[in-house]
Design a binder for this molecule. Structure first.
Ligand code: ATP
Ligand code: FE
Length: 335
């Protein structure tokens, strides 16, 4: 089975070709245009998708050495995401499926961040059901109980900012360019995580809150700058390490609670923030420390990519879960 997968939910135009659960090609065109605005500008994102989509899909097919006539189905991101961005991918997928007379498959982007673990990666071990997924990305922060491929329950989620936003907004306060998450990670590796202490929010149950942390960091930086205008420059590594440490503590506290409540000790992480080296390291250590089995995605399957859309497409293909071209994009979508 050859599946062409298309992802265009936010600011990356991505296409992949899968042979069953193996990735033959995985192409992403990033949109650098947004960096100068300090965040994704929706209208610019959809225009850039328009420009990128044909070359990206063409590149994915060429890299995979697959002709479009060989494709078995086309999978695309239905949502959640920016409506204008989603529409570019879905319209293209619908037209191509119609032209090639092959099935069309709609994929939930957040399910895809979780199911990316089922991509066949040279014998890399896959989670078994049920497992807990911690999805940490630019728009979401969720703990999901994954009972089966398409049987998922959100048992905890953020009540305000997503963890990716916490990284990006903290970075912005420090004067770092957008998206700041990867930069905080980079500087954190050189700093002392215990240099500064930021209080953790008190949120009941398995839910999260990150907006208070951002405010705490803002006040902290403003106060320190009064004493020393060069405070941020002189302490950037330590500040980043301390912010990252606090975020990881918040995530780990809730994960520990979730394990206790469900009795499930298999933990898979997914979403853009799972690229974070501190989170990856802490989870690996949790195997020894708490007897968990943890699953950390390959770097290229963490931030937005089409291979993850393709693996969900493959699962839906097996169960003949197809759509007609009447299917609509959804900015918000439940499992
Ligand atoms: P969603 O998946 O919720 O719709 P999205 O698709 O915009 O949101 P992703 O591409 O999955 O989000 O993730 C992007 C986020 O990941 C950004 O906030 C970015 O800063 C963050 N991020 C990427 N790499 C790292 C890293 N190494 N450390 C921390 N954050 C990171
Ligand atoms: Fe995403």
């Amino acid at each position: 089975v050859f599946i062409l997968a298309i992802e265009s939910s936010c600011d990356d135009t991505a296409a992949a070709v899968l042979d069953n659960d193996k990735v033959l090609s995985n192409v992403v065109a990033n949109q650098l245009i947004h960096n100068q605005y300090g965040g994704v500008v929706p209208e610019l994102a959809s225009r850039a998708h328009q420009q990128n989509i044909v070359p990206v899909i063409d590149a994915a097919l060429r890299k995979a050495k697959i002709k479009k006539e060989q494709l078995s189905a086309i999978a695309f991101t239905q949502g959640p995401g920016l409506m204008g961005s989603l529409l570019v991918g879905s319209s293209f997928a619908k037209s191509l499926a119609l032209a090639l007379q092959i099935p069309l498959i709609a994929v939930n982007h957040m399910q895809a961040h979780i199911l990316a673990h089922f991509i066949d990666d040279e014998g890399k071990e896959k989670p078994t059901f049920p497992f807990l997924a911690l999805t940490i990305s630019g728009g979401h922060t969720q703990i999901v109980k994954v009972n089966d491929f398409f049987d998922m329950e959100i048992i905890g989620e953020t009540t305000d900012d997503a963890v990716g936003e916490a990284f990006d907004k903290s970075a912005k306060i420090l004067g770092l360019p957008y998206p700041g998450g990867p930069l905080v990670d980079k500087y954190a590796q050189l700093g002392n995580p215990k240099a500064f202490v930021f209080t953790k929010p008190k949120v009941p149950g398995l839910d999260f809150s990150f907006s208070g942390l951002k405010t705490a960091i803002l006040y902290f930086v403003q106060k320190k700058k009064l004493e020393n205008p060069n405070f941020v420059d002189e302490n950037l590594n330590d500040i980043c390490a301390s912010i990252q440490y606090t975020i990881i503590e918040i995530l780990m506290d809730k994960l520990k609670m979730a394990v206790k409540e469900t009795g499930i000790k298999q933990i898979a992480i997914g979403g853009g923030v799972s690229a974070n080296s501190g989170i990856r390291k802490t989870l690996k250590e949790a195997e020894q420390k708490y007897g968990w089995k943890t699953f950390i995605p390959k770097f290229e399957y963490t931030t937005d990519n089409a291979a993850m859309i393709g693996i969900v497409g493959y699962q839906k293909f097996l169960s003949k879960n197809f759509e007609t071209s009447a299917v609509v994009s959804k900015a918000r979508i439940q499992f």
